[in-house]
Ligand binder design. Structure first.
Ligand code: AMP
Length: 208
């Protein structure tokens, strides 16, 4: 299994670009945010534990992240695009342990999606998501074009929570750029997402 890691600020486009990689290059998209939201939706024991901190945009405990990720990985045999993990150096070390534990698990590329803070902020406060498949939409959309159900706002997409999450991104997640300096490739997502897709194509040329 080849693993691509996507790193970006909140609302940087990780979900949208992951879906592109999933659809075009047949990587399986794993989003820890989506896995956690599903735990909450299904009212599982984990869901009950994390509900409060997720609503406030706080990071969920590493042991829970490791547990849900390993459970998900055990069902997958294809290449994977990881969205939302690692978020800290400690989580990068957890992935390194998995790399050692499963000899077919190889982090091949780390893509940093660079976006200006004000662009990310305006996307966060105006985005809508499908409560079923978690696809992201802009505020002008009403229904998910895949599930045909009404889009909703995420409860952690307020301006206040965005700013808090952004600060944490700077302090805890951005140091990963140094950690992965041998593998990192940067793409830009300030403008039309189609431009970012073209950059992804250059990086993944040959993986189709
Ligand atoms: P996301 O969908 O990636 O924006 O994540 C939404 C929320 O899920 C975050 O604000 C955290 O509360 C939680 N979360 C997602 N991934 C992680 C992770 N790797 N570690 C800790 N918390 C996470």
């Amino acid at each position: 299994m080849n693993i691509i890691i996507l790193i970006s600020s909140p609302a940087g486009g990780k979900g949208t670009i992951s879906r592109y990689i999933e659809e075009k290059y047949h990587y399986k998209h794993i989003s820890t945010g989506n896995l956690l939201r599903n735990e909450i939706k299904n009212n599982t024991d984990i869901g009950k534990k994390i509900k409060g901190s997720m609503k406030k945009g706080k990071l969920v405990d590493d042991n829970i992240i490791k547990e849900i990720l390993e459970k998900e990985l055990s069902n997958i045999n294809s290449n994977i695009v990881l969205d939302g993990i690692p978020r800290t150096i400690n989580q990068a070390k957890i992935l390194d342990e998995l790399d050692k534990k499963y000899n077919n698990f190889k982090i091949t590329k780390v893509i940093y999606i660079e976006i200006d803070k004000d662009v990310a902020q305006s996307r966060a406060v105006s985005r809508l998501v499908c409560p079923n498949c978690n696809r992201t939409y802009s505020k002008d959309d009403i229904l998910c074009n895949k599930c045909n159900i009404k889009l909703v706002s995420r409860n952690d997409d307020s301006e206040e929570i965005f700013l808090d999450r952004y600060d944490r991104f700077i302090k805890e997640t951005r140091p990963l750029l140094e950690y992965y300096k041998d593998k990192i490739v940067t793409i830009y997502n300030n403008n039309d997402v189609e431009d970012a897709y073209l950059e992804v194509d250059k990086i993944l040329k040959g993986d189709e």
